[in-house]
Write a protein that binds this ligand. Structure first.
Ligand code: PEP
Length: 261
């Protein structure tokens, strides 16, 4: 089955609305149009409104980095899915490793967020991945089992069609250490197999699974060439419009070795 690639830039806590505007203007001037993949920008909440206005009429999509599971109420500092939708968001991250490890999001909390996102007809990107200690202790599969079972608890096979999974080994996020294409492929194939066992072969064939962790122009192609990798979630290298555009060009270029950049 052919799955449409998704390449997403997660800006984390970077860029003011003005810097967001400058990025989008430069990116649109620098990038080639790739009709065969989805490109997603995930700026901080405070830039969503400005980004949404600038992206209108382009084929770039807008997403948010996190959300609260409640629709409204006394949750100081939190943002609801309805608010994100009103700002033009289509995708929302749930369970990014920084949310799990810095802010303590549990699998139950991630599951609640996923349900709230789906309940508002937006598309969740469920992030999963192991720490270095867990990988070295050969616990990668048990960590993934737990994050997938917890995150996808009570999700129907029909709802699963709206979900994207991002496998992001914590040891590769923001460290400059990328999983090798073979490591990323093997782990993502494991995640796909998990979906087949717990849902169906059809659901697993259709599921878009991204790799994230120090993706850059020099490794984007060999990662994207792996049969089970359907795109990338990019942090640091998505902050520069030229680098983000290059990653997309590399990932979407025909199979072959990485270009030496
Ligand atoms: C991320 O934030 O999801 C990420 C993968 O970051 P980086 O590309 O900087 O490793």
């Amino acid at each position: 089955m052919r799955r449409r690639p998704l390449i997403a830039g997660n800006w984390k806590m970077n860029k003011t609305p003005q810097e967001t505007q400058e990025f989008i203007e430069s990116y649109l001037a620098a990038s080639s149009e790739h009709r065969d993949c989805d490109v997603l920008l995930i700026p901080p909440f405070t830039s969503l409104d400005r980004a949404s206005r600038l992206l209108s009429g382009t084929n770039l999509l807008l997403g948010a980095q996190d959300v609260h599971s409640a629709a409204s109420g006394a949750y100081t500092g939190a943002i609801s899915v309805g608010m994100l939708k009103a700002c033009g968001c289509v995708f929302v991250l749930a369970g990014h490793s920084e949310r799990r490890h810095v802010f303590g999001d549990s699998d139950d909390a991630v599951n609640d967020k996923l349900k709230a996102i789906l309940g508002n007809d937006l598309f969740p990107i469920l992030c999963v991945g192991e720490t270095l200690e867990e990988r070295e202790g050969e616990r990668t599969s048990s960590v993934l089992n737990q994050q997938l079972a917890g995150g996808l608890k009570d999700i129907s096979e029909q709802a699963l069609e709206s979900i994207v999974i991002a496998y992001e080994p914590v040891w590769a996020i923001g460290t400059g250490k990328t999983a090798t294409p073979e490591q990323a492929q093997a782990t993502i194939a494991y995640v796909r197999h998990w979906i087949e066992i717990h849902f169906s072969r059809q659901a697993s064939d259709a599921m878009r699974i991204l790799y994230g962790g120090s993706v850059k122009p020099s490794n984007a192609r060999s990662l994207q060439n792996q049969p089970d990798i359907d795109g990338a979630l990019i942090g640091g290298a998505s902050l520069d419009p030229d680098s983000f555009a290059q990653i997309i060009d590399e990932a979407m270029s025909p199979s072959g070795e990485d270009k030496v950049c």
